[in-house]
Design a protein around this ligand. Structure first.
Ligand SMILES: NC(=O)c1ccc[n+]([C@@H]2O[C@H](COP(=O)([O-])OP(=O)(O)OC[C@H]3O[C@@H](n4cnc5c(N)ncnc54)[C@H](O)[C@@H]3O)[C@@H](O)[C@H]2O)c1
Length: 314
């Protein structure tokens, strides 16, 4: 199989590339190496893929890359490139979100109209739901994003559906619920929390700690991406980890893992933050056999281990 991975240098993209290479795919990754967070983290992700001759990275922006040429001969596209982050998506930064999440997706879909593709899997987000009407949330519930980021992810998801219905491009949009694991983006809560716990720093906690999230281990997300790509299923599906837990409980868990309690700095809830998320994953299970397998405590322990290995060079 020849796979095309957008956002290959990012957190989820680099985990996916590794698994594709391990199973013997030829992988063409594309990444603009945006500076939303420290680019050296992306360089490190790429360095870990450099051992495979079957991996090529094209440093380019989806907004102006020669896509028809790059997509020629590809069997499957995994579209993970995008501008993540809920809180910074207000104000003038919205233009960046619109470009990287909406326009880039539309340009990719246009380029795919003439490509005989098995599947394009798009990484949508639980942020499309906003504060959902009920939990666990099903895909048919009316999406009501509460952040500009969520609006752009929903727009891109609608574009995938439009191109599927009108031009028979086989699209699968997976609504990922808070992904965590080794190499998680440094702006995300687990990453900041583990660093704070390990180095005795205080952790700024937005809200009262009782907000809950459905956390999904990155290995389970990669399983979902691969299963969706390999099945005839198309449409929109939730991908959650099945562990709905409050931030306060996560903070205790991390404290126990590193052997000292984490000191919290209370901060107000930020505009764009939802109160709770919880995924009903029946569609993914029935559509392509998705079944998350990594319990939160194990996934967190792997994150702590990998952070320690990074700092001690082991
Ligand atoms: N991490 C999560 O919890 C989560 C949850 C829901 C959805 N998602 C979605 O999954 C995808 C991957 O998330 P991540 O956490 O790995 O983010 P990430 O920022 O680590 O990876 C995204 C990559 O896309 C690249 N990129 C951005 N715009 C580009 C463009 N126009 N052309 C080429 N490359 C571009 C960036 O340089 C980056 O390396 C994103 O689309 C995100 O919205 C992530």
């Amino acid at each position: 199989m020849r796979s095309f991975v957008t956002g290959a240098a990012g957190f989820v993209g680099s985990h996916l590339c590794r698994r594709l290479l391990e199973r013997g795919d030829t992988v063409l990754g594309i990444d603009a190496m945006t500076d939303y967070y420290d680019v050296t983290r992306k360089e490190t992700n790429l360095a870990a893929l450099a051992d495979w001759d079957s991996f090529t990275l094209r440093r380019a922006d989806l907004l102006d890359a020669p896509l028809p040429q790059l997509l020629d001969g590809c069997d499957v596209v995994f579209h993970l490139a995008g501008q993540p982050g809920v809180r910074p998506s207000w104000g003038s930064e919205f233009a960046v979100y619109a470009e990287r999440n909406i326009l880039a997706t539309q340009r990719l879909l246009e380029a795919l109209r003439d490509v005989p593709l098995r599947k394009i899997v798009y990484s949508s987000s639980s942020s499309v739901y906003g504060d959902a009407e009920s939990y666990p949330t099903v895909e048919t519930m009316r999406p009501r994003p509460v952040s500009p980021y969520g609006v752009t992810k929903l727009a891109a998801e609608h574009l995938c559906e439009l191109y599927r219905v009108n031009f028979s491009i086989p699209t699968a949009s997976l609504r990922l619920f808070t992904v965590y694991g080794p190499g998680q983006r440094p702006d995300m809560a687990f990453s900041r929390l583990i660093t704070a716990a390990l180095y005795g720093r205080r952790f700024p906690l937005f809200g009262d700690g009782r907000q809950t999230r459905d956390f999904t281990y990155v290995g389970d997300v990669v399983d979902a991406l691969l299963a969706a790509a390999g099945s005839p299923w198309t449409g929109v599906a939730n991908i959650g980890g099945g562990a709905w837990i409050s931030m306060a409980e996560v903070i205790s868990l991390v404290g126990a893992l590193v052997g000292r309690p984490v000191e919290v700095v209370p901060m107000p809830v930020q505009p764009g933050d939802v109160r709770d998320t919880a995924a009903d994953t029946t569609v993914a299970r029935q559509g392509f056999g998705y079944a998350p397998s990594v319990p939160l405590a194990d996934g967190l322990a792997r994150m702590v281990e990998s952070e320690l290995a990074l700092t001690t060079g082991r």
